[in-house]
Design a protein around this ligand. Structure first.
Ligand SMILES: *[C@@H]1O[C@H](CO)[C@@H](O)[C@H](O)[C@H]1NC(C)=O
Ligand SMILES: *[C@@H]1O[C@H](CO)[C@@H](O)[C@H](O)[C@H]1NC(C)=O
Ligand SMILES: *[C@@H]1O[C@H](CO)[C@@H](O)[C@H](O)[C@H]1NC(C)=O
Ligand SMILES: *[C@@H]1O[C@H](CO)[C@@H](O)[C@H](O)[C@H]1NC(C)=O
Length: 365
C-alpha cells in the first residue's frame, strides 16, 4: 500500500509519463501511402515525443550527407537503406525517434552509407518478405562505438514508429512484376542495428501474416530471433529463401507454441524456450562489394552535425515492449544471438527501469 503523499507524487509522475507515450489513434502501421503520393510527413502529431524530425518526400535537393530523409528502401543487394542517427556518436536508444535513411545508391534523396561501413551483407528474398542482414562499422553511421543498439520499426511505444514517421518501400515484391521503377510500401517492417550488425525486414502486406513475419514486439532479442540467418561476415550475397517461422513461434513435441517477450522491460527475459533456426535459403549469388557499391567511393565518414530539433528523441525511457532502447541487436546467427541476449539483459537503462517501475506501480496500484 502506498501512503497518500507518496502515491500523489507517483501518480503525477506516472500520468505525465503515460500521456507522453499514449498510443495514437492513427498508428503508422495502418497508413498506406502509394509511392506516388508520399506526404511530406507521414506523422503529423506534435505532442508526446514531438513532431517528426525529418521528412518523407526525398529528392535531389535532399540528397546529401545532412539529409533528414526518413523514407527507406530494400530493393536489392546493391540498393538498400539503413536507418541510423543524424548526428555522430549517438546511441540508438537516444536517437530512435529521429533516425534518418542512409542508402547504398544515389537517387533516393538520402545520405549515402560511407565507404567501408559495410563489411558483409546478405539479402534473402522469401515469399513473405525481403530481408537484409549485415556486418558494419557502426561508427561510420554515427552509432556510438560499443552501442548494442536496438529495434526500429513501424510500431513504436506510441504507434508513431521509430523513427517517427519512418516509411519503407521496395520494388522487389512479386506484385511489382520485375518493374524496378515502381515501389510498394511495406507497412510492417522491423530493423535492428547495433553491435556492428544490422538486420532489416520488410513484409509484403499482400501475403499472409505480414504482421507475424515482421512482428515488432520482440525488441529485446535482436536479429537472432527476429531475423534468424546464416549471414557470413566478409561476404556479399543475395539468396532466395523460405519464410521464417513467425517471430516467437516454435515447434515442441509437434505442437506449435508461441513465446512472448515479457511486455515490461524490467522483467528479466529468463530462459527463452527455443533457439531459432534460419529458414532454408538457396541460390545464393556472391558479389564483390566493389561491384555493388559503386556510388559510395566518394562518401567520407564525417557528417557535419545537422542538429535537427531534439524533439522525438529521449524516448529511451519507454516502458513499452516496442521501444528500441533496451534491445540487443546482433545480425549474426545463433552464436551472436546469445551474446545479444546477454547484452540486452545488462543494457536496460536506469532511466527506463525507473519509469518501468513507476508504471508497474501505477498499474498495480
Ligand atoms: C524535394 O523534397 C523537399 C523535402 O521533402 C520538398 O520540400 C520539396 O518540395 C521537394 N521538391 C520537389 C520538386 O518535389
Ligand atoms: C562519444 O560519446 C561518449 C559518451 O558521451 C564519449 O565518452 C566518447 O568520447 C565520444 N566519442 C567520440 C569519438 O566523440
Ligand atoms: C531490376 O533490378 C534487379 C536488381 O538490381 C535487376 O537484376 C533486374 O535486371 C532489374 N530489372 C529490370 C527490368 O531492369
Ligand atoms: C566482420 O569482419 C570485419 C573485418 O574482418 C571485422 O573487423 C568485424 O569485427 C567483423 N564483425 C563482427 C561483428 O564480427
Amino acid at each position: 500500500m502506498l501512503n497518500i503523499a507518496r502515491s500523489t507524487f507517483l501518480l503525477g509522475a506516472v500520468v505525465s509519463y503515460v500521456s507522453a507515450q499514449s498510443f495514437v489513434s492513427d498508428p503508422l502501421v495502418d497508413k498506406s501511402f502509394p509511392y506516388t503520393a508520399i506526404p511530406e510527413h507521414a506523422d503529423t502529431h506534435t505532442d508526446g515525443r514531438g513532431p517528426q524530425s525529418g521528412y518523407n518526400i526525398c529528392n535531389s535537393t535532399t540528397e546529401n550527407q545532412d539529409s533528414l530523409c526518413q523514407t527507406g528502401f530494400i530493393n536489392h543487394l546493391d540498393d538498400f537503406c539503413l536507418f541510423a542517427p543524424p548526428t555522430p556518436n549517438s546511441t540508438i536508444g537516444d536517437s530512435e525517434g529521429i533516425e534518418v535513411a542512409w542508402c547504398t545508391k544515389k537517387g533516393h534523396g538520402t545520405r549515402l552509407i560511407p565507404e567501408g561501413a559495410l563489411q558483409g551483407v546478405q539479402l534473402v528474398q522469401s515469399p513473405g518478405y525481403i530481408e537484409i542482414v549485415g556486418f558494419i562499422d557502426q561508427t561510420k553511421l554515427n552509432v556510438q562505438d560499443g552501442d548494442f543498439g536496438g529495434e526500429l520499426d513501424s510500431g513504436g511505444q506510441d504507434g508513431r514508429g521509430n523513427p517517427i514517421g519512418g516509411l519503407m518501400y521496395t520494388n522487389a515484391f512479386p506484385s511489382n512484376n520485375g518493374d524496378n521503377s515502381t515501389y510498394q510500401q511495406g507497412r510492417h517492417w522491423t530493423f535492428f542495428i547495433g553491435s556492428n550488425t544490422f538486420c532489416a525486414k520488410i513484409c509484403d502486406d499482400t501475403q499472409p501474416n505480414a504482421e507475424g513475419l515482421c512482428q515488432h514486439i520482440y525488441d529485446r532479442v535482436g536479429c537472432a530471433y527476429n531475423a534468424p540467418n546464416n549471414a557470413p561476415n566478409g561476404t556479399f550475397q543475395a539468396c532466395q529463401g523460405a519464410d521464417m517461422v513467425p517471430v516467437g513461434q516454435y515447434v515442441s513435441d509437434g505442437i506449435t507454441t508461441t513465446w512472448t517477450q515479457p511486455a515490461q522491460e524490467t522483467i528479466p527475459l529468463g530462459t527463452i524456450p527455443y533457439t531459432p533456426t534460419p529458414a532454408a535459403s538457396s541460390n545464393c549469388v556472391t558479389y564483390t562489394s566493389a561491384s555493388l557499391y559503386t556510388d559510395l567511393a566518394s562518401v567520407g565518414v564525417t557528417s557535419s552535425p545537422a542538429n535537427p530539433s531534439a524533439t522525438g528523441s529521449g524516448s529511451s525511457g519507454s516502458g513499452s515492449g516496442a521501444g528500441a532502447s533496451q534491445s540487443g541487436s546482433g545480425a549474426g546467427a545463433s552464436a551472436t544471438g546469445s551474446t545479444s541476449n546477454a547484452g540486452s539483459a545488462i543494457g536496460i537503462s536506469l532511466v527506463s527501469s525507473f519509469f518501468g517501475v513507476l508504471l508497474s506501480m501505477f498499474l498495480f496500484y
